[in-house]
Design a protein around this ligand. Structure first.
Ligand code: GUN
Length: 296
C-alpha cells in the first residue's frame, strides 16, 4: 500500500484565500486593516527566506506589513526597545520576531516582552498557559497548522494514539496540548525515550519535530498511520555541491507503510505561514473586541 500524500500547500492556499476574504470583510465592516510587524535580527539565510515569505503572504492577503531589520550586532536593548514601540503602535496587530536570534539576545526575554494580544507566534507564557488550560489565546502557527491537517485528513481524532516526537516549546509541547484538546491519547517522545521505534509503532498519528534528517524509519510506522513531518533539514544532494530539503521522516520508506503522509517541502511549511495570517487576523479582531467576519 502506498500512502496518500497530504497536499499541505493546496490546503494552505485555501486557508490563505479564506483569510484574505475575511480581511476584506473586516476592512469593509469596521475600516480596519490588520498590521503585521516582522522583525529579523542578523542575516541568517534561512530566516531571511522565511521572513520574506511571511511578509509577502501577509501583503497578498490584504494586510499591512511593517518590516524591521536589525544588524547581527544589535543589543538586547535594541530589540526590546523595538518590541516596546511595536507594542504601543496601534497600526500593529501582530508582532513576529524571527528565531533564532544572535547569541547575545535572550529569546525568552524577547518573547516575554511582546504584548500577549499581539503575540501571533503564540510563544508568550500567557498564550502557552491559555493553551494548556483550555483558554482562548493565540496558538503557535506550526502545531496549529498540523492540527488543521489532522482534522481534515485523519478525521476521527478522539481516542487516537498520537506520538509527538520532540519537546520544543515552538512545536512539540503545544502540539501535544492541541492533540490532547482534540481527545487523542498523547505521548511526547524525545532524545531520552527508551525504544523509540516501539513507541512510534503504537501510534495512529505521528508528528515528527526533532530536526534530525530522516531519523524516523519506515519500519517504525504502524500500517495505515497518519504521519505529519515538521522537519525541514538541508542535506547534501546526490549531485556534487547541491543540497536538498528532507524531513525528520524517511519519506521514501514511510510512504510504503503510512496511510497518509506530509511531504517535505510542500507539507507543513506552507500551513505555518497560513496560520500566521489567521493569527494576525484573530489578533486584530480580539484586541478590539470584534468577531472575525465570516468565521464559522
Ligand atoms: N523560527 C523557526 N520557526 C519559527 C516560528 O514559527 N516563528 C518564529 N518567530 N521563528 C521561527
Amino acid at each position: 500500500m502506498t500512502a496518500e500524500i497530504i497536499d499541505g500547500k493546496g490546503f494552505a492556499d485555501g486557508l490563505t484565500a479564506r483569510v484574505a476574504t475575511q480581511v476584506a470583510a473586516l476592512k469593509a465592516r469596521d475600516g480596519i486593516t490588520p498590521g503585521l510587524a516582522v522583525v529579523l535580527v542578523g542575516a541568517d539565510p534561512a530566516s531571511q527566506v522565511y521572513v520574506r515569505i511571511k511578509s509577502k503572504q501577509a501583503t497578498g492577503a490584504g494586510m499591512v506589513t511593517h518590516d524591521h531589520k536589525l544588524p547581527a550586532t544589535a543589543s538586547k536593548a535594541d530589540v526590546l526597545t523595538l518590541v516596546d514601540r511595536l507594542n504601543r503602535d496601534e497600526k500593529v496587530d501582530g508582532i513576529l520576531v524571527q528565531f533564532p536570534l544572535p547569541a547575545q539576545i535572550d529569546m525568552r526575554e524577547v518573547i516575554e516582552r511582546i504584548d500577549p494580544g499581539k503575540d501571533v507566534d503564540g510563544f508568550h507564557p500567557m498564550n502557552a498557559g491559555l493553551l494548556r488550560t483550555g483558554g482562548t489565546g493565540l496558538v503557535p502557527c506550526t502545531p496549529l497548522g498540523c492540527l488543521m491537517l489532522l482534522r481534515h485528513f485523519h478525521k476521527d481524532l478522539a481516542g487516537a494514539e498520537a506520538v509527538v516526537l520532540g519537546r520544543s516549546t515552538i512545536v512539540g509541547r503545544p502540539m501535544a496540548a492541541l492533540l490532547l484538546g482534540a481527545d487523542c491519547t498523547v505521548t511526547i517522545a524525545h532524545s531520552k525515550t527508551r525504544d523509540l521505534p516501539a513507541v512510534i509503532r503504537r501510534a495512529d498519528i505521528v508528528v515528527a519535530a526533532v530536526g534530525r534528517p530522516e531519523m524516523v524509519r519506515g519500519a517504525w510506522i504502524k500500517p495505515g498511520a497518519t504521519v505529519i513531518d515538521v522537519g525541514i533539514n538541508r542535506v547534501p544532494a546526490t549531485e556534487p555541491g547541491k543540497t536538498k530539503l528532507v524531513g525528520d521522516v524517511c519519506f521514501a520508506e514511510a510512504v510504503e507503510t503510512a496511510g497518509r503522509i506530509t511531504p517535505v517541502p510542500g507539507g507543513v511549511g506552507p500551513m505555518t505561514v497560513a496560520c500566521l495570517l489567521q493569527n494576525t487576523l484573530s489578533a486584530a479582531c480580539r484586541r478590539r473586541g470584534l468577531t472575525v467576519p465570516g468565521a464559522s
